[in-house]
Design a protein around this ligand. Structure first.
Ligand code: ATP
Length: 199
């Protein structure tokens, strides 16, 4: 089964793009959602996190206190690696399960950290939603009510635009009206359908 890995920086238009692929009938597997599923109450990863980092990482209702955990591992490399050792294999298994369940001609795996996380290994081809950094800032700020400083910090921590552009097989520059992006997606969709038929 053909899997297209879709990525892009903050505010680049990943959601806008995947929404359109979904309208074309393509199943979207979202790595961020998979990462949430594996730490839901009752999941073994959540129990392991509480054992490792303390029960104070859980909220009163038993759900993960994500903000607190993020703060705990933020500047502690060993703790972060430990956390990733707990979560990454389970996230990968959840992604694989969802990909296997997909019934569309090809499937899109969307992940902001497609290249950094190694999740690109699930994909035969990768698609970058590319945007000018100034446009990323404006769009992310308008959407999230985040300060320019916060957005710059996130952008600085993400892979550079150049590196993403070098790694991706396909690139869609999202610099115009949404309709422009949708038209480019429809062209790519045709190519991906052909690729899927050829597999
Ligand atoms: P993140 O990784 O931060 O969640 P994203 O890559 O999923 O971001 P979107 O949520 O799709 O990005 O887009 C960011 C914001 O910019 C949204 O509010 C979206 O509606 C808007 N946007 C994206 N592309 C365009 C466009 N071509 N024209 C106008 N607005 C756009």
């Amino acid at each position: 089964m053909l899997v297209i890995g879709l990525t892009g920086g903050i505010g680049s238009g990943k959601t806008m793009a995947t929404d359109h692929f979904a309208r074309l009938g393509i199943t979207i597997v979202d790595a961020d959602l998979a990462a949430r599923v594996v730490v839901e109450p009752g999941q073994p990863a959540l129990a392991e996190i509480a054992d490792t980092f303390g029960a104070e990482m859980l909220l009163a209702d038993g759900r993960l206190d994500r903000a607190r955990l993020r703060q705990r591992v933020f500047s502690d490399t060993a703790a972060r690696q430990h956390l990733e050792a707990i979560t990454h294999p389970r996230i990968a298994a959840e992604i694989a399960r969802q990909l296997a369940a997909s019934k569309s001609p090809y499937t899109i795996l969307v992940s902001p950290l497609l290249f950094e996380s190694g999740q690109a290994r699930f994909a035969q081809r990768t698609l970058l939603i590319d945007a000018d950094p100034a446009q990323q800032r404006t769009r992310a700020a308008a959407r999230d009510n985040t300060s320019p400083e916060q957005i710059d910090a996130i952008m600085a921590a993400q892979m550079s635009r150049e590196e993403r552009r070098q790694r991706a097989d396909d690139i869609l520059l999202n610099d115009g009206e949404p309709g422009h992006l949708y038209a480019a997606i429809e062209t790519l969709h045709g190519r991906y359908l052909e690729l899927a038929r050829g597999q």
